[in-house]
Every structure is written in structure tokens, then in C-alpha cells.
Ligand binder design. Structure first.
Ligand SMILES: Cc1cc2nc3c(=O)[nH]c(=O)nc-3n(C[C@H](O)[C@H](O)[C@H](O)COP(=O)(O)OP(=O)(O)OC[C@H]3O[C@@H](n4cnc5c(N)ncnc54)[C@H](O)[C@@H]3O)c2cc1C
Length: 393
């Protein structure tokens, strides 16, 4: 037994060494800078594309996909270690709706034609996917969506609007749920569609975030035609497809790596403070590091049992809740450490001295991370899920 764990440890060390050697070669200074300067949920899009391509060429772009579809089939622990090394080396955060969400869904539920058409382009990075779920009247209450699709022959005609669509302006594809029928229950009568973003009648309007950045959008559909062949699952059964997609996306996600990036920046911000004035900041930074280490262990323990298909909804909700709130507290500490420099606006970035740039970055990051307790289900929604599961309600 002891010999077996020693062998595993050596394998793991060899794996980490291989990852580090690759990162040392493949991450240029520009890519590292883009990774460090990430404001929202992904790095600047040019850096995302370049980094995507390098991982693709190395064969490491889809750690959670089966080998038959171009994945690595790494163990959860390998995925965790890989993401952690990427975070510690400032690799750009990928724009990964295709890799983490719709790709795994299509592997499981797509038709052979859909798999052939879409999966290779997700892997290569030629296709970028955005998520069309939320609407002006439907966020936490997602079943309230009203964007409608009416079937005409072998096409659906879609009218309505999606909102808060991250990266719609970078994407050439969208996966969406639309209403095809008014059922007795609102979850009935929804259909899951794959939509080309260059379809006539589809327009994308930017929405600026709290930090002044353009990451999300509103998308309008005016008689947009979508082939019936682009439907995933049965007509009117889209709710269960969307739920499955969310399960798969959560199982492919490792939020601790994102929080680790924020902690790395906070460490740099605190190190820049005059040591006489930094005692309280250092104490709090150390406390947050302990919480982060505990969170990493929690995530690691949850990854194997959090495999898609499990009935456990509590663990993903708990991870989302704890991770996003910890992320916010770390970003807040960075802004505090930057002191008056944090008052500099986003537009000062790159135009002033290094202190102002660091301070301005700390502030925009702090503002942008407020969104972490809203997207992918708000903290209140996560608490409701946990409470329902624990109380059996
Ligand atoms: C940065 C960012 C990126 C996003 N990207 C996408 C994307 O790419 N695609 C997409 O489809 N959506 C996206 N969203 C939308 C996101 O999923 C929704 O904002 C989220 O589901 C909340 O919905 P809402 O904004 O309509 O708020 P609401 O649902 O109106 O909630 C308002 C407040 O009421 C609380 N609340 C609501 N219902 C309850 C309840 N039953 N019990 C207790 N409290 C409740 C909420 O917690 C919240 O505090 C993104 C959001 C953000 C902030």
C-alpha cells in the first residue's frame, strides 16, 4: 500500500514537472501579462485565442473530454494540478463555454452530425460559444423565459431577447433555451437550440459592467431562422437538456484556480505596501490564504464525487457560494492595499506610472468580481439549493 502511494506521488511529481516545463516554454511575457491583467471571467480575447491554440497543439485543450474526442482523460487531481499551475504562472483564463459546457453536452447528447460539425471547431478554438439563457424577465427564475421559437417546416423562427450574454460579441455560436410551447408547468415547453451568431435578424448590443469593461451584451432575435437539425434533445424537453449542461459545466470547472490568481495579485499588492503599515493587511492576507487552501482541498475532494450525473446538487452550490465570496474578499483586500492608487480609473491603466496601474487594476478587479456572486446562480440561489437539499424540501 505504501509502495503504491509512493509511486503515485512520483507520477504526480512527474506530471507537475511536465506541466511546468510546458508552461515555461509556451507562456510568453505577453500571455503572462494578459493572464495577470484579467478583469472579468476571461482574459483579453486575443490572448485567449493564442493560448487556446497552444494548448490545442499540445493536446491539452480539453482535460475533461474523453480521448476519443480529443481530450486528455486526466484524473480530477491532474486537472486540479494543471489549473493550479496555470494560475500560478499567469496563463490567460480561457473563454471556455464550448470546452466546458456545450462540448461535453454534445459528446453526450448531440446527434452524430452535430458532433462532427461542432466538436472539432471547439477543440481548435475556431468556434467560440456564448450562453443564451438569461432574459430581461428571467434570471434566477430561469423557467420564466419568453423568447419564442415557432416551427416552420425544417426551421424554427426565433423572436425575443437574451441578456447578460458573456462574450456574445466574440462568439460565432450560441447555445440557448427558447419557448416552443406554453406548458402547464413553466419548465415544460422549452427547447434547446444551437444558433449561428451571424444569422440574419440577430443583433448584439454591448452592456458595460460596473468596472467600465465590455464583457456582456444583450442579444436580440428578430425572426431568426434556426434549422431543426440544430436542436439538442427533443422539442419541448429543453429544460432537462439545460440542467444537464449546467451539471456538466460545473463538473468541468475548477473555481479555486481563479481564486488562486486573485490571491497572487493580492500578495503582490500587499508586498508593495510600506512594511510599517502592512501588518494588518499581512495578517488578513494570511487568513485568506488559509481559507483558500481549505477551499482547494474542498474542491479537490468534490471533483471525483462531483462527476456529472450525480444527484448531489449541494456540493457544486457550496463550492460556488464559498469560492465566489472568498474571491470577492481577496479582491477587496487588494484594492485596500492599493490605497489611494485604487481610486485611479480604468482609463488610467497603461497611461500612468506602475503604482497607478497596479492600483487601478486592483479597483477594477474588485468591482468586476462583484459579479461573481451573481453569474452562474446568485449566492441566494445557491443557499436556496443547499437548504432545499439539506432540509429535504
Ligand atoms: C458578469 C455576468 C455574466 C453573465 N453571463 C451570462 C451569460 O453568459 N449567459 C446567461 O444566460 N446569463 C448570464 N448572466 C446572468 C446571470 O445568470 C443572472 O444575472 C443571474 O441568474 C441572476 O438573474 P438576474 O440578474 O435576473 O437577477 P434576479 O433573478 O432578478 O435576482 C435579483 C436578486 O434577487 C435575489 N433572488 C431572486 N430570486 C430569489 C429567491 N427565490 N430567493 C432569494 N433571493 C432571490 C437574487 O439572489 C438577486 O440578489 C451573467 C451575469 C453576470 C453578472
Amino acid at each position: 500500500m505504501e509502495r503504491q502511494s509512493a509511486a503515485l506521488a512520483t507520477d504526480e511529481a512527474a506530471f507537475v514537472a511536465e506541466v511546468r516545463a510546458f508552461l515555461a516554454r509556451a507562456l510568453t511575457d505577453d500571455l503572462r501579462a494578459a493572464g495577470r491583467d484579467t478583469i472579468g471571467v476571461h482574459a483579453e480575447i486575443g490572448a485567449c485565442r493564442t493560448w487556446h491554440r497552444r494548448l490545442f497543439e499540445r493536446g491539452w485543450i480539453a482535460p475533461a473530454w474523453p480521448m476519443a474526442w480529443g481530450g486528455t482523460e486526466w484524473t480530477p487531481r491532474q486537472r486540479f494540478l494543471f489549473d493550479r499551475e496555470c494560475a500560478l504562472n499567469d496563463a490567460p483564463v480561457l473563454f471556455a463555454g464550448g470546452l466546458r459546457s456545450v462540448g461535453p453536452l454534445l459528446i453526450e447528447m448531440g446527434t452524430p452530425a452535430q458532433q462532427r460539425r461542432y466538436l472539432p471547431a471547439i477543440l481548435s478554438g475556431d468556434d467560440l460559444w456564448c450562453q443564451g439563457f438569461s432574459e430581461p424577465g428571467a434570471g434566477s427564475d430561469l423557467a420564466a423565459i419568453s423568447t419564442r421559437a415557432v416551427r416552420q417546416g425544417d426551421q424554427y423562427v426565433v423572436d425575443g431577447s437574451k441578456i447578460w450574454t458573456t462574450g456574445a460579441h466574440h462568439s460565432n455560436r450560441m447555445f440557448a433555451i427558447v419557448r416552443t410551447r406554453d406548458g402547464e408547468r413553466r419548465q415544460q415547453g422549452l427547447t434547446f437550440l444551437l444558433i449561428d451568431m451571424d444569422s440574419p435578424g440577430l443583433t448584439v448590443t454591448p452592456i458595460l459592467g460596473l468596472a467600465g469593461d465590455h464583457e456582456f451584451n444583450q442579444v436580440f432575435f428578430d425572426a431568426v431562422r434556426v434549422p431543426v437539425a440544430n436542436r439538442v434533445g427533443e422539442e419541448d424537453e429543453g429544460w432537462s437538456v439545460a440542467k444537464r449542461l449546467m451539471q456538466l459545466a460545473r463538473a468541468n470547472n475548477t473555481p479555486a484556480a481563479l481564486v488562486r490568481r486573485a490571491h497572487r495579485r493580492a500578495t503582490l499588492a500587499v508586498a508593495a505596501v510600506d512594511p510599517d503599515q502592512a501588518q494588518d493587511l499581512r495578517r488578513r492576507l494570511a487568513g485568506l490564504e488559509i481559507e483558500l487552501l481549505a477551499f482547494e482541498q474542498l474542491e479537490l475532494a468534490a471533483l471525483p464525487s462531483g462527476r456529472p450525473g450525480g444527484a448531489d446538487q449541494t456540493t457544486p452550490s457550496m463550492l460556488k457560494l464559498v469560492g465566489s465570496e472568498l474571491h470577492q474578499r481577496i479582491a477587496e483586500l487588494s484594492a485596500e492595499a492599493a490605497g489611494p492608487y485604487a481610486a485611479a480609473g480604468w482609463t488610467a491603466l497603461g497611461r500612468a506610472g506602475a503604482d497607478v496601474d497596479v492600483g487601478a487594476h486592483a479597483m477594477v478587479k474588485h468591482l468586476a468580481v462583484r459579479a461573481a456572486t451573481i453569474y452562474s446562480g446568485t449566492s441566494e440561489t445557491q443557499r436556496n439549493v443547499i437548504a432545499r437539499q439539506l432540509l429535504g424540501a
